[in-house]
Ligand binder design. Structure first.
Ligand code: SF4
Length: 343
């Protein structure tokens, strides 16, 4: 019999599995508590589960895991990065960012990425595959239990496009949010998308107050087509309409992510276009100074290099934050995750 990874099941699904096998559904809650609240990696650690049931469990299921290959810390202590190997040899990266009292984990959802944004390392080697629910959750569990970090915020902004792996990402979020599992408040979870409209439409069905951010990076189709090929399929006007429907349906305030690229998307015309979109969507703008990726032509920017864009937006009454690019020295900043071994 092929064993199933128990971390791929939501609580409801696991209860159903147990019911089919005439096992009491409350056993699913006990197992969830062991895995997600105590970090158990083996059924044998679950000392309130009868031996007979545990043996049956181990015949049909296993607790999936991912193998940490490398753990890097930035010199200034503001970021950490873990390179993981998956069962099939694919590599992914997960980042932890420190900011005041926050510890934010940046989670990967795919090995590689098919969207090939020209400023991003994740799509440079193409798309390998979607991550399973278990592989998504294992990144957080490793940081929480093996590295003993008290994570406060969870962002789906690592390698891959989360809404292109909607089924597994939405199940992972349900498990993260469940009081019987990780019990993370929905407001502490953010999903960032390059603008996958069908995913934005489905996102409402989650029924949770999870934050959604849109990686916009350009305010007109001509420029966005050249920076983010996904724009040819889901152009700006259609994306804005999908966002409006999302907000009208009770979605939380959107954030527009904007990587500032020197002399590419930082002119007054770009600022005007961006503020128009932000106003229409009543969205906040998060400016991200570009961090250099080897082999790509763009120049690394510092906070002061984006002040012009920041003040231009502020003058137009837009709520703006500038994200400090942390972990550049370990290639952990936004757009730098490539899933490769750094010596
Ligand atoms: S920015 Fe996001 S969608 Fe674009 S290539 Fe990178 S990981 Fe993929």
């Amino acid at each position: 019999m092929v064993k199933k990874d128990i971390k791929n099941f939501t609580l409801g699904e696991l209860k159903e599995e147990f019911k089919k096998n005439s096992e009491p559904p409350y056993r699913a809650e006990q197992i969830f508590s062991w895995i997600y609240k105590k970090g158990a990696e083996d059924f044998s650690a679950m000392n309130n589960i009868p031996k007979l049931f545990m043996d049956k469990l181990a015949e049909s299921y296993y607790i999936g895991d991912i193998k940490p290959l490398k753990h890097l810390k930035s010199i200034d202590g503001t970021a950490e990065k873990v390179l993981f190997e998956l069962d099939d040899g694919n590599l992914i990266e997960t980042v932890l960012i420190y900011s005041n009292k926050r510890k934010t984990v940046c989670i990967s959802t795919q090995a590689g990425c098919k969207y090939a944004c020209v400023f991003c390392a994740s799509g440079m080697n193409g798309f390998k595959r979607d991550l399973s629910v278990s592989e998504i959750l294992s990144q957080m569990l490793f940081l929480e239990y093996s590295l003993k970090h008290d994570i406060t915020n969870f962002v789906f902004m690592g390698m891959g496009e989360p809404l292109d792996n909607y089924e597994n990402v939405s199940k992972a979020i349900k498990i993260m949010n469940s009081p019987k599992a990780m019990g993370i408040a929905a407001r502490r979870i953010t999903v960032s998308t390059s603008g996958i409209i069908p995913g934005i439409e489905k996102f409402k069905e989650l029924g949770l107050q999870v934050n959604l951010s849109i990686s916009l990076h350009a305010a007109n189709n001509r420029l966005r087509d050249s920076l983010m090929p996904v724009n040819k399929k889901y152009p700006i006007e259609k994306l804005i309409k999908a966002c409006e429907v999302y907000i009208d349906g009770g979605g939380r305030m959107l954030t527009l992510e904007y990587i500032v690229l020197k002399d590419v998307n930082d002119s007054q015309k770009d600022i005007d276009g961006l503020s128009k979109i932000a106003k229409r969507l009543k969205a906040k703008v998060n400016l991200i100074p570009y961090s250099c990726v080897a082999g790509l032509e763009f120049k690394s920017l510092l906070r002061e290099d984006v002040e012009n864009v920041e003040s231009g937006l502020l003058k137009k009454g837009i709520s703006v934050t500038v994200r400090e690019s942390k972990g550049k020295d370990i290639m952990a900043a936004c757009g730098q995750l490539a899933g490769t071994i750094i010596r």
